[in-house]
Every structure is written in structure tokens, then in C-alpha cells.
Design a protein around this ligand. Structure first.
Ligand SMILES: Nc1nc2c(ncn2[C@@H]2O[C@H](COP(=O)(O)OP(=O)(O)O)[C@@H](O)[C@H]2O)c(=O)[nH]1
Ligand SMILES: [Mg+2]
Length: 328
């Protein structure tokens, strides 16, 4: 098919349109993704996460520059579910990466956040697939924060960079569980600020105290001082790129790459099931007004949500299955 061919040739318009149509849930979009899937799976996917304003987009921009020096083609996906204004933060992201906008080897897209019901992870996964099919060597996914939804998104990545900033509430105590599990490389950004050394020390001792099996990857900590000191900034972001490359080599040599790819496949099944079971059911109940009706009854304690879920699942999942949902 024409669209598929174009995307596989790296056509920007065709790829952008499909990403948008997927987000808008246009009926022709998902079948196309199905056809594209066999052309995916060759890209190295880097996740970059951290608080709003930590400097993720700025570092992404620097990473793009490093990758372009090696003639790698790059896709960037910016996902920001916390942005209060449609496209607000996202516009900022694209401005931050503007110097690459004219570069044919770089494709930058951002995701609005229309999909409810955890659909963001799927929307991200879909957009990544399109970029993989375009043949991008490296795909960088930028996402805010470390909530469950972001962890789902970041699970699409092979390597995860966690960006922290001294004095921004990124102190170790507030990081809690989760972050150590997902981080492969730490970047302490704006490290010329007070508290950077302390943050480094605390983080290093936390990493040292974590149980570690022999030969396992130990997340390095890269200090990146100041964007406005170009010489050191470039040197330090080059080091960041180097650490990520080392992690990739480790993944390949240790067989962990396979495990991560499997983890990603699990996520994809999860996302896809949600899209083909949960969404049509909810849409159906919403359209018929039943959802509202049931919510009312639950509110009045006339029925309980557990029985409701059971009854609905029996109704929709009986033999004949989910294909019948649309007809109901
Ligand atoms: N002072 C200083 N500001 C920086 C540095 N790196 C990024 N910024 C600024 O911090 C703000 C947020 O950066 P951005 O990359 O958009 O953060 P994101 O929200 O994590 O993507 C921007 O105004 C950047 O110019 C740095 O090293 N030093
Ligand atoms: Mg950003």
C-alpha cells in the first residue's frame, strides 16, 4: 500500500499523518499500523524522564547533535501529560530542538494527551512504531515525571535516562521507589548550582547500597553543568551520549536487550487489549447512557461496582466475543 511504502521510505508527511490519525482514532489508522509492524524492531529506543523544567528537551537536543555527528538518524517523541495548556510545554520542546528542524535525518513529534484510560502509553507505542518503520536508528522518548503512566511509557525504551536537578525537589528522599528500577543512566543537570555535589553523593550512596549481582549494570551519574557554558556543556552531554551507548552495548552483550524487548512486547499486548476490549466496551456503555445510569446506582449504593464489572464482562465476552461489541 502506498502509505506504508512512503512511511518505510521515511516520508515525513505520511508518517506525521498516520501518527495524527492514530491519535484521533480514525478507523483506517490501526490496520495500517498492523501492516507497518513487520518493518519495526530495529531502532534503539532511549527514554528520557524527569520533572518539568529539569532540562529534558535541552538534553535531548544535545543528544540529537551527538547522534548526528555519528550520522545516526533520529526520531524524537515528546509526551507531556502534565501540560495545562494544549501544546504549551510541547511547543517549548519543539522550540528547544529547533536547530534540528531542517535536518532531514531528524523527525520530531509531540503527543497531545487526548487518550484517557491509560491510552497515552499506547499512543506513545504507536508513534514509536511509526518512527521505527521510518527507519530511524535511534528514537528518543521524552516524558515528564515518574508516575505510573510515565513508567508505562518509559517501558517502551531500551535505555532510560533520568534527569535530576539540585534544589528542584529531586532530592533522593522525594524520589521514592520506582526511580532506581527504571534508571539506566542518571543525569544531574544544571550541576553548577548549589547542592549538585550533595545530590551526587546521595544518589551514589543509594546506588551503592542497592543489592547488585555480579556483572550487572551499575547506572552511571553524569554531571551536566550549564547550558550557557557551551564548551563544557557539549563535552558533558557527549559523555551522556557515551554512557547511553555503553548501556546499549551492555544490553546487547548480556542478553538483556532481548529481555527489554520482551518487556516491551508485554506492554504492547496490554495496551492493545485495552484498546480492543476496554475502549469499545466503555464507548458502548457511554453512548447508550448505561455508564451514567450504573454510576448513579453505584452512588446510591443500590449495586456495587464489582457486580457491575462482572455482569458487563459476561455480557461482552461471551462466545462471539469482543467482535460483537460494535453491533450491540
Ligand atoms: N541555567 C540553566 N538553565 C537550563 C539548563 N538547561 C536547561 N535550562 C533551561 O531550563 C528550562 C527548561 O528546560 P527544558 O529542556 O525545556 O526542560 P524540560 O521541561 O525538562 O524539557 C529552559 O528554559 C532551559 O533553557 C542549564 O544547564 N542551566
Ligand atoms: Mg520538555
Amino acid at each position: 500500500m502506498e502509505t506504508i511504502k512512503k512511511i518505510c521510505e521515511g516520508n515525513v508527511r505520511a508518517a506525521s499523518r498516520l501518527i495524527r490519525d492514530l491519535e484521533d482514532k480514525l478507523p483506517h489508522a490501526r490496520p495500517r499500523l498492523r501492516q507497518l509492524f513487520k518493518h519495526t524492531g530495529k531502532s534503539f529506543i532511549i527514554g528520557i524522564t524527569g520533572s518539568p523544567g529539569a532540562g529534558k528537551s535541552t538534553l535531548t537536543d544535545a543528544l540529537i547533535a551527538e547522534l548526528r555527528k555519528l550520522s545516526k538518524t533520529v526520531g524524537v517523541l515528546a509526551v507531556d501529560p502534565t501540560s495545562p495548556f494544549t501544546g504549551g510545554a510541547i511547543l517549548g520542546d519543539r522550540v528547544r530542538m529547533l536547530r534540528h528542524a531542517e535536518d532531514e535525518g531528524v523527525f520530531i513529534r509531540s503527543l497531545a494527551t487526548r487518550g484517557a484510560l491509560g491510552g497515552l502509553s499506547q499512543a506513545a507505542g504507536d508513534a514509536i512504531h511509526v518512527m521505527e518503520a521510518m527507519g530511524k536508528d535511534v528514537i528518543i522518548v521524552e516524558t515528564v515525571g515518574i508516575g505510573q503512566q510515565e513508567i508505562d511509557i518509559i517501558n517502551h525504551a531500551h535505555s532510560v535516562i533520568v534527569v535530576m536537578v539540585p534544589g528542584m525537589g529531586d532530592e533522593i528522599q522525594s524520589m521514592k521507589a520506582g526511580i532506581l528500577e527504571i534508571a539506566d543512566v542518571f543525569a544531574i543537570n544544571k550541576a553548577d548550582r548549589a547542592g549538585a555535589k550533595q545530590l551526587h553523593t546521595e544518589l551514589a550512596s543509594l546506588l551503592n547500597s542497592a543489592p547488585q549481582s555480579a556483572g550487572a549494570w551499575r547506572p552511571p551519574i553524569v554531571m551536566i553543568e550549564n547550558l550557557y557554558e557551551p564548551l563544557t556543556f557539549v563535552e558533558q552531554t557527549a559523555e551522556l551520549a557515551q554512557k547511553v551507548a555503553e548501556h546499549y552495548a551492555y544490553l546487547q552483550e548480556s542478553g538483556q536487550l532481548d529481555k527489554r524487548t520482551e518487556r516491551r512486547a508485554m506492554m504492547q499486548i496490554n495496551d492493545a487489549l485495552r484498546a480492543c476490549i476496554m475502549e469499545p466496551v466503555i464507548d458502548n456503555l457511554t453512548a447508550s447512557g448505561e455508564l451514567q445510569y450504573l454510576a448513579e446506582k453505584i452512588k446510591n449504593r443500590e449495586i456495587d461496582p464489582y457486580s457491575v464489572a462482572e455482569e458487563i464482562s459476561k455480557r461482552f465476552l461471551k462466545s462471539g466475543g469482543i467482535n460483537d461489541i460494535d453491533k450491540k
